[in-house]
Write a protein that binds this ligand. Structure first.
Ligand code: SF4
Length: 353
């Protein structure tokens, strides 16, 4: 909880103080802003990007003593894993988590892994975790010859996995896994969904043995909010519109859209569309509003209103409080033992394009 004196500051006041701290610290400080952040936070960020891009930026910041990650907790953890020993990573609100990442806890993943390995042999499976996962899940992948992926390189990561083994165990986002598997041509009968509350994840053992893709049952509530009704409404209101959605959306929404991909893919799609194009976007609302403002020659509309409440927890007041207390509050520090193996999987991710 930030002190009342900070909570009561106006945005304009907080902004001026943040600018003066940034000027004073220069290269000793770097502020990273995820695309889903509010405009006022993005404006004060040194770099903006998706989780993959910001992970790369964090790895490049050799001069910065302090990295402040305006995003959610797993992103700040990834920055801490990838940054240098003497760098301190902060997040302006430690409670800004990701419910998708919380779907997969280490004990449940280990239990599932042991059951699958007992049926198929551990050498037959590559574990791949979406970057939206906790540090210990990334470390698990590092220990078991797997990798981390993002929505930008999920397809390449899946191909990488199949170059190694006949099966991939993908967590924690069932939908990104399904949609990426579809791009690779993996038929529905060769994939199973693992429900951690049921024996063998709720699957007959033969189905697991015959599967190529085992998907953790987890989802992002921001992206699964989009449905076929929203698609139909946009098709009725704007028959000329192209509908572009994030790959965390459900399979039926992805199949009914015109294209799908990562946040970076969506931004590039809008950037490259011809002037006058109408494009409906199925992703977090802050991003849709921002690109709509940045490309006024195109009509960019949200497929429906869907916001990430956790991303929204970061504001100028808690950013200022963090900057006033660098090295003291809101520090994200991954234990060394976890860091070592998680770094193996994150470095692997940075090499898969
Ligand atoms: S948009 Fe979804 S995946 Fe991204 S941080 Fe929010 S809950 Fe997590």
């Amino acid at each position: 909880m930030i002190p009342d004196e900070y909570r009561q500051l106006t945005d304009a006041h907080a902004r001026n103080r943040i600018l003066s701290i940034k000027e004073q610290l220069g290269k000793r400080l770097v502020v990273l802003g995820h695309h889903y952040q509010r405009d006022e936070v993005i404006e004060l960020s040194d770099f903006r990007g998706d989780s993959y891009g910001l992970c790369e930026r964090a790895a490049e910041q050799k001069e910065a003593e302090f990295i402040v990650f305006c995003g959610v907790h797993f992103m700040a953890e990834a920055a801490d894993i990838i940054s240098h020993q003497n760098q301190i990573v902060h997040i302006p609100d430690l409670t800004a988590g990701c419910p998708l990442a919380d779907f997969a806890d280490l004990d449940s993943v280990v239990e599932a892994w042991e059951s699958i390995a007992e049926l198929c042999g551990a050498n037959a499976i590559t574990p791949i975790t979406y970057i939206n996962s906790t540090a210990d899940i990334k470390a698990f992948c590092g220990q078991h010859g797997g990798t981390v992926c993002t929505s930008s390189n999920a397809l390449a990561a899946l191909k990488w996995g199949y170059d190694r083994t006949e099966k991939v165990f993908f967590f924690p986002d069932q939908h990104l896994g399904t949609n990426t598997g579809n791009k690779l041509g993996i038929p529905a009968h060769q994939r199973v969904v693992w429900d951690l509350s049921l024996p063998y994840g709720g699957n007959p053992p033969e189905a697991i043995i015959q599967s190529k893709l085992i998907l953790w049952k987890g989802h992002c509530h921001v992206h699964t909010r989009f449905n076929l009704e929203h698609i139909q409404q946009v098709r009725n209101s704007y028959p000329e519109a192209r509908i572009i959605v994030h790959s965390e959306c459900s399979e039926e929404v992805v199949n009914a859209s015109d294209a799908n991909g990562s946040t970076t893919f969506i931004i590039k799609y809008i950037e490259q569309a011809e002037s006058g194009a109408t494009i409906a976007i199925g992703t977090e609302l802050n991003l849709v509003h921002r690109v709509a403002k940045e490309y006024p020659d195109k009509k960019v509309v949200p497929l429906a209103r869907s916001m990430c409440p956790n991303m929204y927890k970061i504001n100028l007041q808690n950013l200022l409080w963090t900057l006033d207390n660098l090295g003291k509050v809101n520090i994200v520090s991954v234990p060394e033992a976890v860091k070592k193996d998680a770094l193996i999987a994150l470095n692997q991710m940075l090499q898969i394009h």
